[in-house]
Design a protein around this ligand. Structure first.
Ligand code: FE
Ligand code: FE
Ligand code: MG
Length: 306
Protein backbone atom coordinates (compact mmCIF):
# COMPACT_ATOMS: atom_id res chain seq x y z
CA UNK A 1 0.00 0.00 0.00
CA UNK A 2 1.43 3.38 -0.90
CA UNK A 3 1.72 6.14 1.63
CA UNK A 4 -0.23 9.35 1.11
CA UNK A 5 0.49 13.06 1.43
CA UNK A 6 -2.49 15.25 2.09
CA UNK A 7 -2.99 18.91 2.97
CA UNK A 8 -5.95 20.65 4.55
CA UNK A 9 -9.64 20.61 3.67
CA UNK A 10 -10.59 23.09 0.97
CA UNK A 11 -7.11 22.63 -0.47
CA UNK A 12 -5.13 25.66 -1.59
CA UNK A 13 -2.12 25.79 -3.89
CA UNK A 14 0.30 25.18 -1.00
CA UNK A 15 -1.53 22.03 0.14
CA UNK A 16 -1.65 20.61 -3.39
CA UNK A 17 1.87 21.55 -4.52
CA UNK A 18 3.26 20.32 -1.18
CA UNK A 19 1.54 16.98 -1.67
CA UNK A 20 3.00 16.66 -5.18
CA UNK A 21 6.50 17.79 -4.16
CA UNK A 22 6.73 15.70 -0.99
CA UNK A 23 5.39 12.53 -2.62
CA UNK A 24 8.03 12.81 -5.36
CA UNK A 25 10.77 13.28 -2.75
CA UNK A 26 9.59 10.34 -0.62
CA UNK A 27 9.17 8.07 -3.64
CA UNK A 28 12.66 9.01 -4.87
CA UNK A 29 13.98 8.09 -1.43
CA UNK A 30 12.44 4.63 -1.87
CA UNK A 31 9.11 5.04 -0.09
CA UNK A 32 6.20 4.78 -2.52
CA UNK A 33 4.07 7.83 -1.78
CA UNK A 34 1.21 9.46 -3.66
CA UNK A 35 -0.31 12.94 -3.42
CA UNK A 36 -3.97 13.29 -2.45
CA UNK A 37 -6.49 16.06 -1.82
CA UNK A 38 -9.47 16.50 0.49
CA UNK A 39 -11.59 18.59 -1.86
CA UNK A 40 -12.05 20.47 -5.11
CA UNK A 41 -9.31 22.74 -6.42
CA UNK A 42 -9.45 26.52 -6.79
CA UNK A 43 -8.98 28.24 -10.17
CA UNK A 44 -5.54 29.38 -8.99
CA UNK A 45 -4.40 25.82 -8.25
CA UNK A 46 -5.84 24.54 -11.54
CA UNK A 47 -3.86 27.29 -13.30
CA UNK A 48 -0.64 26.07 -11.65
CA UNK A 49 -1.26 22.39 -12.42
CA UNK A 50 -2.09 23.23 -16.02
CA UNK A 51 0.96 25.47 -16.40
CA UNK A 52 3.38 22.79 -15.23
CA UNK A 53 1.60 19.77 -16.66
CA UNK A 54 0.25 18.01 -13.57
CA UNK A 55 -2.90 15.96 -13.13
CA UNK A 56 -5.06 16.71 -10.10
CA UNK A 57 -3.99 14.58 -7.14
CA UNK A 58 -6.42 11.80 -6.21
CA UNK A 59 -9.51 12.94 -4.31
CA UNK A 60 -9.37 10.91 -1.11
CA UNK A 61 -11.21 11.85 2.06
CA UNK A 62 -10.96 8.65 4.12
CA UNK A 63 -7.64 7.41 5.54
CA UNK A 64 -8.65 4.72 8.04
CA UNK A 65 -5.92 2.06 8.09
CA UNK A 66 -3.62 4.13 5.83
CA UNK A 67 -0.27 5.79 6.51
CA UNK A 68 0.06 9.43 5.59
CA UNK A 69 1.99 12.65 5.79
CA UNK A 70 0.07 15.78 6.77
CA UNK A 71 1.14 19.00 5.06
CA UNK A 72 0.19 22.67 5.44
CA UNK A 73 -1.73 22.28 8.74
CA UNK A 74 -1.83 20.34 11.99
CA UNK A 75 -5.44 20.95 13.03
CA UNK A 76 -8.06 18.25 13.58
CA UNK A 77 -10.81 20.48 12.16
CA UNK A 78 -8.83 20.84 8.89
CA UNK A 79 -7.59 17.28 8.33
CA UNK A 80 -9.35 14.07 7.23
CA UNK A 81 -12.34 13.25 9.45
CA UNK A 82 -11.06 9.75 10.26
CA UNK A 83 -7.46 10.81 10.93
CA UNK A 84 -7.59 9.03 14.32
CA UNK A 85 -7.74 5.71 12.47
CA UNK A 86 -4.69 6.49 10.31
CA UNK A 87 -0.97 6.36 11.01
CA UNK A 88 0.59 9.80 10.73
CA UNK A 89 4.14 9.39 9.39
CA UNK A 90 4.98 13.07 9.48
CA UNK A 91 3.83 16.68 9.58
CA UNK A 92 5.35 19.39 7.38
CA UNK A 93 3.80 22.75 8.17
CA UNK A 94 4.17 26.49 8.67
CA UNK A 95 1.09 27.29 10.81
CA UNK A 96 0.66 27.45 14.54
CA UNK A 97 0.93 24.02 16.10
CA UNK A 98 -2.54 22.48 16.04
CA UNK A 99 -4.14 19.66 17.98
CA UNK A 100 -3.26 16.63 15.83
CA UNK A 101 -1.36 14.10 17.95
CA UNK A 102 0.09 10.69 17.12
CA UNK A 103 0.51 7.35 18.86
CA UNK A 104 3.79 6.58 17.08
CA UNK A 105 7.01 8.58 16.49
CA UNK A 106 6.81 10.87 13.47
CA UNK A 107 8.93 13.01 11.18
CA UNK A 108 8.23 16.66 11.91
CA UNK A 109 9.32 19.67 9.88
CA UNK A 110 7.62 22.78 11.24
CA UNK A 111 9.12 26.19 10.52
CA UNK A 112 7.77 29.74 10.82
CA UNK A 113 8.20 30.50 7.10
CA UNK A 114 5.75 31.75 4.48
CA UNK A 115 4.92 28.45 2.81
CA UNK A 116 5.12 24.68 3.31
CA UNK A 117 6.92 24.39 -0.03
CA UNK A 118 9.82 26.42 1.38
CA UNK A 119 10.22 23.71 4.02
CA UNK A 120 9.94 20.95 1.41
CA UNK A 121 12.74 22.64 -0.55
CA UNK A 122 14.84 22.38 2.64
CA UNK A 123 13.98 18.66 2.74
CA UNK A 124 15.14 18.18 -0.86
CA UNK A 125 18.38 19.97 0.02
CA UNK A 126 18.79 17.91 3.19
CA UNK A 127 18.44 14.66 1.22
CA UNK A 128 20.41 16.01 -1.71
CA UNK A 129 17.65 15.17 -4.20
CA UNK A 130 17.36 17.13 -7.44
CA UNK A 131 13.99 18.85 -7.94
CA UNK A 132 12.42 18.20 -11.37
CA UNK A 133 11.74 21.31 -13.42
CA UNK A 134 7.92 21.10 -13.30
CA UNK A 135 7.84 20.38 -9.56
CA UNK A 136 10.12 23.38 -8.98
CA UNK A 137 7.68 25.57 -10.93
CA UNK A 138 4.69 24.38 -8.94
CA UNK A 139 6.53 24.82 -5.63
CA UNK A 140 7.57 28.33 -6.65
CA UNK A 141 3.98 29.30 -7.49
CA UNK A 142 2.74 27.98 -4.15
CA UNK A 143 5.28 30.16 -2.33
CA UNK A 144 4.26 33.23 -4.37
CA UNK A 145 0.63 32.48 -3.52
CA UNK A 146 1.09 31.93 0.21
CA UNK A 147 3.38 34.94 0.63
CA UNK A 148 1.18 37.16 -1.60
CA UNK A 149 4.22 37.74 -3.84
CA UNK A 150 6.42 38.44 -0.78
CA UNK A 151 4.06 41.11 0.65
CA UNK A 152 2.65 39.03 3.47
CA UNK A 153 4.14 39.55 6.94
CA UNK A 154 4.58 35.76 6.98
CA UNK A 155 7.19 36.02 4.22
CA UNK A 156 10.80 35.39 5.28
CA UNK A 157 14.15 35.68 3.49
CA UNK A 158 14.08 31.88 3.26
CA UNK A 159 10.94 32.12 1.09
CA UNK A 160 12.45 34.76 -1.18
CA UNK A 161 15.69 32.78 -1.63
CA UNK A 162 13.68 29.65 -2.24
CA UNK A 163 11.64 31.30 -5.02
CA UNK A 164 14.87 32.50 -6.65
CA UNK A 165 16.37 29.01 -6.57
CA UNK A 166 13.19 27.33 -7.81
CA UNK A 167 12.72 29.88 -10.61
CA UNK A 168 16.21 29.05 -11.81
CA UNK A 169 15.49 25.31 -11.81
CA UNK A 170 12.13 25.85 -13.52
CA UNK A 171 13.62 28.24 -16.08
CA UNK A 172 11.33 31.13 -15.18
CA UNK A 173 12.76 34.61 -15.76
CA UNK A 174 10.21 36.75 -13.95
CA UNK A 175 8.71 34.95 -10.96
CA UNK A 176 6.86 38.02 -9.69
CA UNK A 177 5.16 38.55 -13.05
CA UNK A 178 3.96 34.96 -12.95
CA UNK A 179 2.75 35.65 -9.41
CA UNK A 180 0.67 38.60 -10.65
CA UNK A 181 -0.76 36.45 -13.44
CA UNK A 182 -1.78 33.95 -10.77
CA UNK A 183 -3.46 36.59 -8.60
CA UNK A 184 -5.37 37.82 -11.65
CA UNK A 185 -6.75 34.31 -12.06
CA UNK A 186 -7.58 34.36 -8.36
CA UNK A 187 -9.36 37.71 -8.69
CA UNK A 188 -11.82 36.47 -11.30
CA UNK A 189 -14.96 35.99 -9.22
CA UNK A 190 -17.60 36.92 -11.79
CA UNK A 191 -20.19 34.23 -12.35
CA UNK A 192 -19.06 32.18 -9.36
CA UNK A 193 -21.84 31.23 -6.91
CA UNK A 194 -21.61 33.21 -3.66
CA UNK A 195 -21.27 30.09 -1.50
CA UNK A 196 -18.36 28.89 -3.64
CA UNK A 197 -16.62 32.21 -3.06
CA UNK A 198 -17.20 32.10 0.69
CA UNK A 199 -15.79 28.57 0.86
CA UNK A 200 -12.97 29.05 -1.65
CA UNK A 201 -10.37 29.51 1.08
CA UNK A 202 -12.21 28.76 4.31
CA UNK A 203 -10.93 27.30 7.56
CA UNK A 204 -12.64 26.31 10.78
CA UNK A 205 -10.86 26.82 14.08
CA UNK A 206 -11.66 25.59 17.54
CA UNK A 207 -11.21 28.64 19.76
CA UNK A 208 -11.57 27.63 23.38
CA UNK A 209 -14.50 25.36 22.55
CA UNK A 210 -16.08 27.76 20.02
CA UNK A 211 -16.19 26.93 16.33
CA UNK A 212 -15.00 29.93 14.33
CA UNK A 213 -14.89 29.88 10.52
CA UNK A 214 -12.60 32.29 8.68
CA UNK A 215 -12.63 32.68 4.92
CA UNK A 216 -10.34 34.79 2.78
CA UNK A 217 -10.50 36.09 -0.78
CA UNK A 218 -7.31 37.73 -2.00
CA UNK A 219 -7.82 40.00 -5.01
CA UNK A 220 -6.03 42.79 -6.81
CA UNK A 221 -8.94 45.25 -6.46
CA UNK A 222 -11.72 45.14 -3.85
CA UNK A 223 -14.09 46.97 -6.24
CA UNK A 224 -14.89 43.58 -7.79
CA UNK A 225 -16.92 42.83 -4.64
CA UNK A 226 -19.04 45.99 -4.80
CA UNK A 227 -22.02 44.27 -6.39
CA UNK A 228 -21.92 41.08 -4.34
CA UNK A 229 -20.82 42.23 -0.88
CA UNK A 230 -24.37 42.15 0.51
CA UNK A 231 -24.81 38.60 -0.82
CA UNK A 232 -21.50 37.52 0.73
CA UNK A 233 -22.59 38.99 4.08
CA UNK A 234 -25.94 37.18 3.89
CA UNK A 235 -24.21 33.93 3.04
CA UNK A 236 -21.75 33.96 5.92
CA UNK A 237 -24.73 34.49 8.26
CA UNK A 238 -26.29 31.34 6.76
CA UNK A 239 -23.03 29.43 7.08
CA UNK A 240 -22.77 30.41 10.73
CA UNK A 241 -26.27 29.06 11.45
CA UNK A 242 -25.79 25.87 9.40
CA UNK A 243 -22.55 24.91 11.13
CA UNK A 244 -23.53 26.01 14.62
CA UNK A 245 -20.57 28.34 14.55
CA UNK A 246 -19.86 31.03 17.10
CA UNK A 247 -18.60 33.36 14.36
CA UNK A 248 -17.88 33.49 10.67
CA UNK A 249 -15.44 36.04 9.29
CA UNK A 250 -14.73 36.69 5.64
CA UNK A 251 -11.57 38.60 4.77
CA UNK A 252 -11.71 40.51 1.52
CA UNK A 253 -8.03 41.19 1.03
CA UNK A 254 -6.76 43.85 -1.35
CA UNK A 255 -3.21 42.76 -2.17
CA UNK A 256 -2.37 46.10 -3.83
CA UNK A 257 -3.73 48.37 -1.06
CA UNK A 258 -2.35 45.85 1.46
CA UNK A 259 -5.27 45.56 3.82
CA UNK A 260 -8.47 43.62 4.36
CA UNK A 261 -12.11 44.42 4.76
CA UNK A 262 -13.55 41.88 7.18
CA UNK A 263 -17.19 40.84 6.96
CA UNK A 264 -18.34 39.70 10.39
CA UNK A 265 -21.17 37.64 11.86
CA UNK A 266 -20.67 36.68 15.48
CA UNK A 267 -22.38 35.89 18.76
CA UNK A 268 -20.10 38.56 20.25
CA UNK A 269 -21.07 42.04 19.09
CA UNK A 270 -17.67 43.34 20.23
CA UNK A 271 -15.58 40.56 18.65
CA UNK A 272 -13.39 42.75 16.40
CA UNK A 273 -13.19 45.51 18.99
CA UNK A 274 -11.75 43.01 21.47
CA UNK A 275 -9.43 41.22 19.04
CA UNK A 276 -8.28 44.00 16.73
CA UNK A 277 -9.22 47.23 18.53
CA UNK A 278 -11.68 48.17 15.78
CA UNK A 279 -15.44 47.95 16.06
CA UNK A 280 -17.58 46.20 13.45
CA UNK A 281 -19.98 48.67 11.81
CA UNK A 282 -22.84 47.32 9.67
CA UNK A 283 -21.19 43.88 9.70
CA UNK A 284 -17.83 45.05 8.40
CA UNK A 285 -14.51 46.52 9.46
CA UNK A 286 -11.42 47.64 7.50
CA UNK A 287 -8.15 46.30 8.88
CA UNK A 288 -5.26 48.25 7.44
CA UNK A 289 -2.11 46.25 6.70
CA UNK A 290 -3.81 42.93 7.39
CA UNK A 291 -2.95 40.34 4.72
CA UNK A 292 -2.35 37.18 6.70
CA UNK A 293 -5.02 35.05 8.35
CA UNK A 294 -2.49 32.87 10.17
CA UNK A 295 -0.30 35.67 11.48
CA UNK A 296 -2.57 38.70 11.87
CA UNK A 297 -6.13 37.44 12.15
CA UNK A 298 -6.11 34.14 14.05
CA UNK A 299 -3.70 34.88 16.96
CA UNK A 300 -5.45 38.01 18.36
CA UNK A 301 -8.81 36.34 17.90
CA UNK A 302 -7.68 33.18 19.67
CA UNK A 303 -6.41 35.34 22.52
CA UNK A 304 -9.71 37.16 22.79
CA UNK A 305 -11.41 33.80 23.38
CA UNK A 306 -9.02 32.73 26.11
FE1 FE B 1 -2.80 26.30 3.01
FE1 FE C 1 0.49 27.21 3.39
MG1 MG D 1 -3.29 31.55 1.92
Amino acid sequence: MPHYVVGHKIPDSDSICSAIALSYLKTTLGEETVPARLGELSPETLFILDKFGFEQPELKTSYAGESLYIVDHSERTQGPDDIDEATILGIIDHHKLGDITTSTPLECWIRPVGCTNTIIKMMYDFHNVEIPKNIAGAMMCAILSDTVIFKSPTCTTADIKCVEALAEIAGIDDAEALGMEMFKVKSAVEGTPVRDLVLRDFKDFDMNGNLVGIGQLEVIDLAIFDDIKADLAADIAKLKAEGNRHSVLLLLTDIMKEGSEMLVVSDNADLTEKAYGKATVDGKVWLDGVLSRKKQVVPPLQESFA
